[in-house]
Design a protein. Structure first.
Length: 303
């Protein structure tokens, strides 16, 4: 009798276990999902998301079209889907969903959405994404494209490159391609034309060695020369507003004239070690103030 009872219990347990295993194999984690899915969508969701993430989809009834395109990317975060879609609504015409997702992912702990949108007035998407995905942690400076931009303490301009760079096309001024921003280029042309008139016999001694320098070029120079003026992310050369004259062959009278008149064209002399003949374009109005009051840009912002 005892043996029969024991055998009965064993049979019941076996049947229960079999039923449980059968039910488990038939369990669909998306059974309560309120939207229809194709087989491909169903498999993609269950393969990419864990049970907690699927429950999040169900609880908030997130429609497939709101997230399904992002699922193919390994960096996808379902909890940031609203941020992805908000950003895509603003920039989807010019950037891919993948790039927008990566931007949100790498800035979510550093900036508000409004701050990110402000940064995008000056920085390209890839500049922000690559800067932070490369492991950098510095905050990026705002309004970096302003002519009067001054580097704030504790912030970098990252991988910034100006959006309006132009090739300097002045015969005899350069022996290699040098780029600066559009407004600075126009002012340089006017400055050079005046110098040609004032110094018709010696103006050809005037030449340029540098203009805009990229983050990558600055990194190489900084490693080689250990000079803070070339520190990537913190160098005025990266702004596309600086021109560096080759001082060795220049007639002394031209250098004197530049020191006394460059401000009339919007350029101010940068007084830094090893850069005595380096000028930055800040616009005519500010250049006149700095020249008249005998102020550097640093002194102007710290008065």
């Amino acid at each position: 009798m005892k043996f029969k009872r024991f055998l009965f219990i064993i049979v019941i347990l076996a049947i229960s276990l079999g039923c449980y295993m059968y039910m488990n194999t038939e369990y669909d984690p998306l059974a309560r999902y309120p939207y229809s899915l194709t087989i491909e969508q169903h498999d993609l969701i269950t393969n990419k998301l864990d049970q907690k993430e699927i429950e999040y989809l169900i609880e908030y009834a997130i429609a497939p079209e709101d997230y399904i395109d992002y699922l193919v990317y390994p960096e996808f975060n379902i909890y940031l889907i609203n941020d992805y879609n908000d950003m895509y609504g603003l920039y989807g015409g010019v950037e891919s969903k993948e790039m927008i997702m990566r931007l949100v992912n790498c800035t979510k702990d550093l900036y508000t959405n409004e701050e990110v949108r402000s940064l995008l007035n000056d920085y390209y998407f890839y500049e922000i994404v690559n800067f932070y995905e490369d492991g950098n942690t510095e905050l990026l400076a705002e309004n970096v494209a302003d002519l009067a931009f001054y580097f704030p303490n504790g912030k970098s301009i990252g991988y910034y490159s100006p959006k309006d760079l132009e090739l300097i096309d002045l015969s005899g001024m350069t022996d290699h391609d040098i780029y600066i921003r559009s407004q600075a280029n126009s002012a340089l042309i006017s400055l050079y034309e005046t110098i040609k008139t004032e110094f018709s016999n010696t103006y050809k001694t005037l030449s340029l060695t540098d203009g805009y320098l990229s983050y990558q070029v600055l990194s190489e120079r900084y490693k080689e020369m250990k000079n803070v003026i070339y520190q990537p992310g913190h160098s005025a050369f990266q702004l596309g507003l600086v021109i560096d004259f080759n001082s060795a062959p220049i007639n002394a009278e031209i250098l004197t004239w530049l020191n006394e008149n460059a401000y009339l064209y919007g350029f101010i002399q940068i007084d830094q070690d090893q850069l005595t003949d380096c000028y930055r374009f800040v616009g005519v109005d500010l250049a006149k103030i700095l020249y008249t009051d005998n102020l550097s840009l640093s002194e102007y912002y710290h008065e």
